[in-house]
Design a protein around this ligand. Structure first.
Ligand SMILES: NC(=O)C1=CN([C@@H]2O[C@H](COP(=O)(O)OP(=O)(O)OC[C@H]3O[C@@H](n4cnc5c(N)ncnc54)[C@H](O)[C@@H]3O)[C@@H](O)[C@H]2O)C=CC1
Ligand SMILES: O=C(O)C(=O)Cc1ccc(O)cc1
Length: 301
């Protein structure tokens, strides 16, 4: 009796994936694509041999190179996953090493300055470059924090450029979809304004709150009596300081714009408290509660 042959696995759509900066974000992408069988080979690159060795022993990458140019040799997809302040120097090291047909993308939390850094570093914007930003992460960093399911059901924003080749955009979109993400397009400047409001401002408020409290005299006592609300609000103040320094330096205008908006509201709240205006306080808190409850109820939030 003839047996029905087992269906062969779908062919890997990326032959060689090169990840520059194998930390939380690059490592999680590698793990999810590996789990989906989407890459024939994953090569890591970076500055730190010990962490690349760890990435290899954790099964995140197949092999690594300390020379970035060697890492991208023969790669059809290259992902820049370093802090945004390192993108220009990484691209300088990539000058003359990228194959014409290679797709280049990044994961940076800001986009306009990453586009500038790629243009300056490489000396031009290649048609294969498609900027991207996964709206997923956590307060821990490094490859040891990487997980295969980090992008499951989360959004990834692509900010394609006029120069971006539609086939490269499709390849980057597909890669993130295979990693479980929902992919959307957005103009570069709009991305930086939206993220200044929804991500950068909250992180900077959390850092400032903890930093400010840590300089009060009775520090030990304050933290001893901190309840769950303090933990919830400040979790993101445990995020990587280098990454957030770079985000501040590279999305300055949009962040300062949000600071102004927020500072006005904080000042107003102070005036309302000072005036003992309970009705006004109630209406501010009710509006905030309704907005957050509505947002958190949405199935896609
Ligand atoms: N952590 C998060 O929640 C999110 C981070 N991002 C973005 O992802 C990028 C990476 O962040 P994480 O993975 O969290 O950081 P990470 O610190 O976990 O990983 C960064 C990796 O880049 C390497 N690296 C640093 N400078 C380098 C250089 N000059 N050359 C080569 N390698 C270098 C580090 O050794 C490390 O392996 C950042 O641009 C960040 O803005 C985006 C979404 C979420
Ligand atoms: O830890 C969290 O909740 C985050 O918000 C992580 C995060 C940090 C930076 C990004 O650009 C996107 C997501």
């Amino acid at each position: 009796m003839s047996q029905t042959p087992a269906p062969s696995p779908a062919p890997a759509a990326i032959n060689r994936l090169a990840i520059i900066g194998v930390g939380l974000i690059g490592g999680s992408l590698a793990l999810s694509l590996r789990q989906a069988g989407y890459c024939r080979e994953i090569v890591g690159a970076g500055r730190d041999r010990a962490s690349l060795q760890q990435a290899q022993s954790l099964g995140v990458i197949d092999r690594f190179e300390l020379d970035i140019c060697a890492a991208v040799h023969g790669a059809d997809m290259i992902v820049l996953a370093t802090p945004v302040g390192a993108i220009e120097s990484v691209c300088r090291a990539l000058r003359g090493c990228l194959a014409e047909s290679a797709v280049l993308t990044d994961v940076g939390s800001v986009k306009a300055s990453v586009v500038d850094a790629v243009r300056i570093g490489l000396g031009h914007l290649p048609a294969g470059f498609v900027p991207a930003h996964p709206i997923a992460g956590r307060e821990r960093s490094g490859v040891e924090a990487a997980t295969a399911d980090l992008y499951e059901g989360r959004r990834v924003i692509l900010t394609p450029l006029p120069e971006s080749d539609p086939q490269a955009c499709q390849a980057v979109r597909r890669m993130w979809e295979v990693a479980g993400a929902r992919v959307e397009d957005m103009p570069v400047d709009h991305h930086d304004e939206v993220l200044a409001a929804t991500s950068h401002l909250p992180h900077l408020l959390a850092y400032t709150l903890v930093s400010s409290l840590s300089r009060l005299g009775e520090q030990e006592e304050i933290f001893r009596y901190a309840a769950g609300g303090f933990r919830d609000f400040t979790r993101i103040a445990s995020s990587d300081p280098v990454m957030w320094r770079d985000i501040c330096l590279h999305n300055k205008e949009a962040i300062l714009g949000m600071f102004k908006h927020f500072a006005r509201d904080l000042e107003l709240l102070g005036e309302v408290i000072d005036a003992g205006d309970g009705d006004r306080l109630l209406s501010i808190f009710q509006r905030a509660k309704q907005t957050r409850d509505r947002f958190c109820e949405r199935p896609d939030s």
